[in-house]
Design a protein around this ligand. Structure first.
Ligand code: ASP
Length: 335
């Protein structure tokens, strides 16, 4: 029977989904134990997976996702490519991941993966040892979505709480609720219900595998820092980021998208010196408009509807293509 089942690779990186607490009510201190199940152990907790797919475990990391950053993104991308290229029977890839930075890894992969099979990120809000743990169902649903022919051409997907969201649009919006992953402006793409995986919409922005970012040979990504705006914010953090070698800066601006007055002067000076400055908003939803007076005259680009952390990733990748603000403006309009 298994010969007819789709073959799905499951790459483990750690996170709450594989976390092990001290008892069933350890819902917030489990991370301090540092105990994570390896991906094959996690898979073994869901024997029902064998009914829907031949699951191929791939160990990568066993860490909380706060420890996952650009160097890991590049490694993970390499593992996804190597796994799919080594076995043409692989029909999809699932990555198990902590939820804290899950949306960042997902968006990076959404912009860089070059293989056509679905890539799906899953996590959990409760550790595997908890009463009411959600990771098993999220993993099962992630595998179902990765195995679904309808998931092809959707870009990288995030599946938790039975909901399928696009990597570009989704954000973790609550610290503890199971329905934390929400695409605030655009809504979910579909659902993984008990009977079937169903899609209702398709993202229009450019996404894997048809993107222009080829980072396979890179040892590191260009440095881009995020500068949060708040009442009374001065120039210190902007100047520190430039001194640290940032090639790009993302202002997480006061809604609808503006730095504080002192930050603005420092960001304008940075832009004049060749640092690419992108204006986003700290509000978590809504577009930043590419306004002539507020942005273009100051030498800033607009993040459109990307959150600051997503705008940072797109800017890092854009800087691997060009440092010309006109090229980067075009990239922010397309992705
Ligand atoms: N601290 C965890 C992590 O991101 C949170 C989670 O996985 O839900 O690794």
């Amino acid at each position: 029977m298994s010969a007819t089942l789709p073959k799905i690779a499951v790459i483990g990186t750690g996170g709450t989904i594989s976390g092990v607490g001290s008892d069933r009510l350890d819902l917030y201190e489990y991370g301090t134990s540092g105990r994570f199940m390896h991906v094959e152990e996690l898979i073994a907790t869901v024997p029902e997976l064998a009914r829907i797919a031949t699951v191929v475990p791939v160990r990568y990391l066993n860490v909380g996702s706060g420890s996952i950053g650009p160097a890991n993104w590049l490694e993970l991308l390499g593992i996804i490519h190597a796994t799919v290229e080594a076995d043409p029977a692989i029909a999809g890839v699932v990555v198990t991941h902590g939820t804290a930075t899950l949306e960042e890894t997902a968006y990076f992969l959404n912009l860089t993966v070059k293989v056509a099979v679905p890539v799906v990120l899953v996590g959990a809000m409760r550790p595997s040892s908890a009463l009411g743990a959600d990771g098993g169902m999220n993993l099962l649903n992630g595998v179902r979505v990765a195995a679904s022919p309808a998931a092809r051409g959707m870009g990288v997907l995030v599946v938790l709480n039975d909901e399928i969201n696009a990597a570009r649009d989704v954000a973790k919006t609550s610290n503890y609720r199971l329905n934390t992953f929400v695409s605030r402006d655009f809504g979910m793409l579909g659902s993984a219900d008990g009977d079937q995986v169903t899609f209702y919409r398709k993202p229009l922005r450019r996404a894997a595998p048809d993107t222009e970012f080829d980072v396979a040979g890179l040892a590191a990504l260009p440095r881009v820092d995020i500068i949060l705006a708040y009442g009374g914010a001065d120039a210190v953090l902007v100047e520190a980021a430039v001194a640290a070698g940032a090639l790009g800066l993302v202002s997480a601006g006061l809604p609808s998208g503006a730095p504080s007055p002192e930050q603005k002067l420092a960001l304008q000076a940075a832009a004049k010196a060749g640092v690419v400055v992108v204006q986003s908003s700290r509000s978590g939803s809504g577009r930043v408009i590419d306004s002539k007076v507020a942005l273009r005259d100051a030498g800033f680009l607009a993040a459109d509807s990307l959150t600051p952390q997503k705008a940072r990733i797109l800017l890092m990748l854009a800087l691997t293509v060009s440092r010309d603000p006109a090229v980067i403006r075009r990239i922010f309009a397309e992705y």
